[in-house]
Design a protein around this ligand. Sequence first.
Ligand SMILES: C[S@@+](CC[C@H](N)C(=O)[O-])C[C@H]1O[C@@H](n2cnc3c(N)ncnc32)[C@H](O)[C@@H]1O
Length: 265
Amino acid sequence: MNDEHRIEANRKLWNTRVSLHLASKFYDVPGFLQGKSSLCGIEVDEIGPVTGKSLLHLQCHFGQDTLSWARLGANVTGVDFSPEAIAAAKSLADQASLKAEFVEADVLDLPHSLDGRFDIVFTSFGTIGWLPDLDRWAAGIRRALKPGGFFYMIDLHKTFLILDPETGGVKYDYFGKDGPDEEITGKTYADGLTHEALPEYWWNHTFESLFRALRNAGLNFEEFREYPFCVYELADTMDEIAPGRWVYRSLGGRIPYMYSIRARG
Ligand SMILES: C[S@@+](CC[C@H](N)C(=O)[O-])C[C@H]1O[C@@H](n2cnc3c(N)ncnc32)[C@H](O)[C@@H]1O
């Protein structure tokens, strides 16, 4: 099997999850339609005012975060490779009466129609692990930015992801193996909802490979931050230590759970 087939399998998985996520408590679409932002707040503070800025959201899923940026005044475009997600995003924009463009595309092959158009390229929570080639991803980000625009990402930290949620011990290799991990999964992180068993492929990128790809694309680092909490309750072995701040009961704030990066084009 090659990466094209793996991406196809991942697309099937994400298509399957869209309707479950739309109905999940995790995503709280009714709350969003009543005006609640789906952004965690950290990215809003770190990106700063977006009024009148053009913002490209990569891996936008069904567009809730994209549309939350639109409510803050950004001119938004969301990209996702799942046709189900893009159809749901367009419908959500209509329901919320928000203006947004949604484009169905692989983020490794961003259409040239997006080149040079954006003040901000944004991606968050569940990003590079789905991508086999960070050089192609970073080159697309660079192309999409206007001169002087910046890229911002926030995601779960590798230190958190390699731990066993039950024991707090190391379960996975930080450096991983050559090639992707394959898992058969019938469950999603949103409320633990179940679906047909499907293969998923996950690429185990290190920070070294992430930073190298961004640098090779010509992006200059401005910030790298790490957080001693997670903004999601991703296991029942986690405690909420402050509103929306979750940590493993056994580890507390001794490890980083999330990171953010800002780099300028
Ligand atoms: C965990 S979600 C992240 C979304 C966002 N943080 C959220 O929770 O709404 C991952 C998204 O990446 C998309 N995705 C995965 N691989 C992709 C690829 N190669 N190109 C574009 N989108 C991709 C999936 O369709 C899914 O919507």
